[in-house]
Design a protein around this ligand. Structure first.
Ligand code: ATP
Length: 241
């Protein structure tokens, strides 16, 4: 198991946001965590990347194992640099006044493997040809969809081998959304493990191998993507009947 979240309880101040969730991600998988607004999806990602309180949640019970070792005492920068776990936040978290290329370059700041960095630049531009076309353009002038691509590209450039994506479909027109998911599928076929959080359950379950449904801080259903798509409760609540 690459990632194992075990009976995790977290709080913001006195308010409990996750009430004992458990899930796993195996190497090479695409796993999705689906749920409505406020279900606790981003909280889960911020707990794994160890964003410290007060912005980040505080763990009150449970454990997070990565490659079999507990990471609950690992500092956020070490999660990225040593464990090679990256978070691709919603696209608006890029540096708007820098070019596409500068944003990608900045994500490599802690790396010393220069040859591999060049390989990764090519990988990002092969996955997202639009980013190559716009590499000299200031990022604030990119469309919402292109900014999402840049966010994913930045995660790759950290040298990660496990990427967690916060709603990559957010704000994308349907065609761009499919482009994005095709790129993620391609990335996965190259060996990248992905944890995808999505409100758009339909597209997430189409692309993921397995999924979990998060509802107000608790996991209420899980299974392989096909099973979940055919689960009557999931259909009713998340797939529009
Ligand atoms: P969305 O899709 O709307 O982002 P989500 O599933 O990602 O939803 P979270 O953002 O994880 O949900 O929020 C879960 C709960 O925790 C919500 O009730 C939210 O108000 C609360 N919460 C999130 N971040 C904080 C914070 N920094 N401080 C206090 N409460 C927070």
């Amino acid at each position: 198991m690459l990632l194992e979240v075990k009976n995790l309880y977290v709080k913001y101040g006195n308010i409990e946001a996750l009430h004992g969730i458990s899930f796993t991600v195996d190497k090479g998988e695409i796993v999705t965590l689906i749920g409505a607004n406020g279900a606790g999806k981003t909280t889960t990602l911020h707990t794994i990347t160890r964003v410290p309180p007060p912005e980040g949640p505080k763990i009150t019970q449970g454990d997070i194992l990565y490659e079999g070792k507990s990471i609950i005492d690992t500092e956020a920068h070490k999660v990225v640099q040593d464990l090679k776990i990256a978070l691709s936040p919603e696209g608006r978290h890029i540096f708007g006044n820098l070019t596409v290329e500068e944003n990608l370059q900045l994500a490599t700041y802690a790396r010393k493997d220069n040859d591999q960095i060049q390989v990764d630049f090519k990988r990002v531009y092969d996955l997202f040809p639009r980013l190559f076309e716009r590499r000299k353009q200031r990022s604030e002038s990119l469309s919402g969809g292109e900014q999402q691509m840049l966010s994913v590209g930045r995660s790759l450039m950290t040298g990660a081998n496990f990427i967690m994506l916060d709603e990559p479909s957010m704000g994308l027109a349907p065609l761009l959304m499919y482009d994005m998911f095709r790129a993620l599928k391609e990335l996965n076929s190259q060996g990248m493990t992905l944890l995808l959080i999505e409100q758009n359950a339909r597209i997430a379950l189409q692309f993921a191998h397995r999924g979990y449904v998060l509802d107000t801080g608790a996991i209420v259903a899980s299974g392989n993507a096909k099973e979940l798509m055919n689960n009557p409760d999931v259909k009713k609540a998340y797939l529009g009947g």
